[in-house]
Design a binder for this molecule. Structure first.
Ligand code: NAD
Ligand code: MN
Length: 474
């Protein structure tokens, strides 16, 4: 393997020492003065402090959003709304590098990914929905679809800016206003996005950002919004569904996953190995649709595993701001201990763990890429979402067995199929119970393509024409 010289990112974003809540177009402190810190998970250093929203702040933000929706944003023509969305998309592109570095600092993910995936895909989402704003009557959802009103949105820490764009772009295109709560460990790019809304002259109150933890999220869900859109764990999704049952609020949920990545014996093995690595080690495995269960046909299992381990041994783990880094820091101490605990159950239940020999930085939260073999369906590492760089490998003998094992999960978000035969792809895709099935690739996303789950992975779609339905009264 080549040795790589360090290649540190040189752009440094202007991070303020303190951020307020973004309500009605202004940054303000919390009514009760509460603040918290956001940490750089690769160094454990605090990056900035930020106001923490409580119930009183939620009331103010929802009222600001209501006013903006009824007096400005709702009555505005789709053509005019589209102009604002285009402007936001272009500003995101202009400041792309700065957003990418900020995301890497606050989240721990490698600059290679924030620069080439998170930020461009977020901008694409705004461009795409800007185009819909004046064409809603042609979306197949009725001749004159109306906005729902004020949307409460709660997002996780794994793709902070991208999940924000998946939530805000369609909501705004459809004439709604939003109150969004970023995750407690990653509020930075949402706050920079609030500054960008000011720069874009977005009317005050159309976008409101309320940093905080679970209690802030619960207060937002309980407030008089017209719809709640949530991405996060299945446990919290379930609690939210219960709490708003019987109200008139609409709900979409994008929850966890335990995706099968199926490699048939006729697959192009080298490409499959790249896809397996991308499927589980992209974003440190903090991905709801991660290919965390590798199902490989027995006759090629030894070959696949040998090549997979050789490939994993070349992955560079370390400084997220080094342009050569493949795997960055785990987002938080809590997530690291969750990954460690679940990994220990794997060894405890009799699976065999393999890790490459790689040095880890002294400070920060790190976990080596891990492959479990000898995995049984009944083991926790085969059933539960680990949400880290940990792959469980199972084998199968027949295509029917592959499908049965792949579907043997309460989740249904994504799946992958690797085979040279087109007919086998179609056969498998028809039988896999998952919202998205990737064939000879993995983790492909596009604003035009709807994304969402089956079973305990949630309901509702984000992106594409189908995603508009969640934000319109149809
Ligand atoms: P979480 O569900 O606890 O948090 C997601 C968001 O919901 C955060 O913004 C959080 O502050 C908020 N929240 C927490 N409790 C809430 C409540 N009662 N009401 C309203 N909002 C609330 O997820 P987590 O603790 O960050 O991660 C736990 C597990 O969730 C992970 O290990 C992983 O399995 C899963 N997860 C899935 C996704 C995904 O994209 N589907 C994202 C993050 C985490
Ligand atoms: Mn952080």
């Amino acid at each position: 393997m080549f040795e790589y010289a360090p290649s540190p990112e040189s752009v440094r974003p202007q991070i303020k020492e303190h951020y307020g809540l973004f309500i009605g177009g202004e940054f303000v402190d919390a009514e009760d003065g509460a603040v918290f810190k956001s940490v750089n998970p690769s160094t454990e250093e605090a990056l900035f402090t930020v106001a923490e929203a409580g119930e009183a702040d939620v009331r103010l933000a929802v009222a600001a959003a209501r006013r903006a929706q009824e007096t400005v944003w709702g009555p505005m023509s789709g053509t005019e709304r589209g102009k604002y969305l285009f402007r936001i998309a272009r500003l995101l592109q202009e400041r792309a590098r700065e957003f990418a570095v900020a995301e890497s600092l606050d989240n721990g993910k490698p600059i290679k990914e924030t620069r080439d995936f998170d930020v461009p895909t977020a901008a694409q989402h705004f461009f795409y929905h800007a185009g819909w704003a004046d064409k809603l009557a042609y979306a197949g959802l009725g001749a004159d679809p109306r906005p729902l009103g004020v949307i409460g949105q709660v997002i996780p820490w794994n793709f902070p800016l991208l999940m924000l764009s998946w939530k805000i772009a369609p909501a705004l295109a459809c004439g709604n206003t939003v109150v969004l709560k970023p995750a407690e460990t990653t509020p930075l790019t949402a706050l920079m996005f609030a500054e960008l809304c000011q720069e874009a002259d977005l009317p005050p109150g159309v976008v409101n950002i309320l940093p905080g933890a679970g209690a802030t999220g619960a207060a937002l869900v309980g407030s008089p919004v017209d719809k709640v859109a949530f991405t996060g764990s299945t446990a919290v999704g379930r609690a939210i569904a219960k709490s708003i049952a019987g109200s008139k609020k609409k709900l979409t949920l994008e929850l966890g996953g335990k995706a099968a990545n199926i490699v048939f014996d006729d697959a192009p093995i080298d490409q499959a190995v790249e896809g397996i690595v991308n499927g589980i080690f992209f974003n440190q495995g903090h991905v709801c649709c991660a290919g965390s269960r590798l199902l490989v046909q027995e006759s090629v299992a030894d070959d696949v595993l040998e090549r997979l381990k050789a490939r994993i041994a070349t992955l560079r783990v370390g400084d997220p701001l080094d342009k050569n880094t493949d795997i960055g820091a785990i987002n938080s101490a809590e997530q690291l201990s969750r990954i460690q605990a679940l990994t220990e159950t794997g060894t405890g239940e009799g699976a065999e763990a393999w890790q490459p020999a790689c040095d880890l930085p002294e400070r920060g939260f790190w976990f080596r890429p891990t492959v479990f073999t000898g995995v049984q369906q009944s083991m926790r590492i085969a059933k539960e979402e680990i949400f880290g760089p940990v792959l469980s490998v199972l084998t199968f003998r027949t295509p029917d067995e592959a499908i049965a094992k792949a579907n043997n999960t309460p989740y249904g978000l994504s799946a992958g199929v690797w085979t040279e035969k087109g007919s086998k792809i179609l056969w498998a895709a028809e039988r896999l119970r998952a919202g998205v099935v990737w064939a000879n690739t993995f983790n492909q996303f596009d604003a035009a393509s709807p994304f969402g789950g089956l079973k305990e992975s949630g309901y509702g779609r984000e992106g594409g024409r189908q995603g508009l339905e969640a934000y319109l009264d149809v």
